[in-house]
Ligand binder design. Structure first.
Ligand code: ADE
Length: 248
């Protein structure tokens, strides 16, 4: 069975968008993966085709109705065991490990939220996994869904070949990628670091490892703290859960 993503959205015209070009687009055109979009509004039942309503308890904005969204989800394939995701800034942060799991399966059904949110009851009743692509708020889940699909598609067999496995390995090791250079040898007075043109593979590898570690320490202390602990004896570093800070 071909890997496929089914996207439930109020804006199906946003797809395939960037997923229709470059690597993902070529793989889509050649049938390596499939993309299906469903218009949530097609499941509206009233004569105004309304999909949202004001939040219970008051407050700004509109909330996506549970009954309309549940009908849209059930119309896809209620019995299937595909992962059901909903893109949301309050979801669990997407990781390369989760991307790899999703790429290894049949492909997810992805709900794109809009408005102030989605009625919690449909998230509970249809067991939707809330996924965030970062600590910032987009105007809807569509661009987040595209990011997730793109990250999965590049891991599918035959999409990127060797290229994917090398960058993938680097990030999956939990550290950031070392810097890359190519010709010209001199750019605006900046040469390529000598080691990289020395032909000494061991020194190149050591330089890259050192760069990777320095970058990760400086930019992502969170990742650095999570790197696999070297067992060096009873006093070896161990990961501690920071105590919650209390104000005052
Ligand atoms: N929808 C709006 N913001 C989002 C985010 N950061 N991640 C996933 N979905 C979103």
């Amino acid at each position: 069975m071909t890997w496929r993503a089914t996207v439930l959205t109020l804006f199906p015209e946003m797809f395939p968008g960037p997923l229709g070009v470059s690597l993902a687009g070529r793989a889509l055109a050649s049938g390596v993966w499939g993309l299906e979009t469903r218009d949530i509004r097609a499941s509206a039942t009233d004569r105004h085709r309304s999909v949202d309503d004001t939040p219970a308890g008051g407050g700004p904005g509109m909330v996506l109705r549970a009954d309309v969204l549940a009908a849209a989800i059930d119309a896809v394939d209620a019995s299937s065991d595909r992962p059901r995701l909903v893109m949301s800034p309050r979801g669990r942060p997407l990781s390369q490990a989760r991307v790899a799991e999703l790429a290894a399966g049949p492909g997810p059904l992805i709900v794109c939220g809009r408005f102030e949110g989605i009625d919690q009851r449909v998230i509970d009743a249809r067991q939707l996994e809330e996924v965030s692509i970062g600590d910032y708020v987009l105007s809807g889940g569509e661009i987040a869904a595209m990011a997730l699909i793109d990250a999965c598609v590049r891991l599918l067999p035959g999409v990127m070949g060797k290229l994917a496995s090398s960058t993938e390995e680097s990030f999956s090791a939990g550290l950031l990628e070392y810097p890359q250079y190519t010709r010209p040898q001199m750019f605006e007075g900046r040469p390529i670091p000598d080691i990289l043109t020395s032909g000494d593979h061991a020194r190149v590898a050591a330089w890259r490892q050192a760069e990777t570690e320095a970058l990760t320490r400086a930019r992502r202390p969170d990742l650095w703290a999570l790197r696999p602990v070297q067992i060096t004896g009873p006093k070896s570093e161990s990961r501690k859960t920071p105590k919650n800070k209390t104000d005052g």
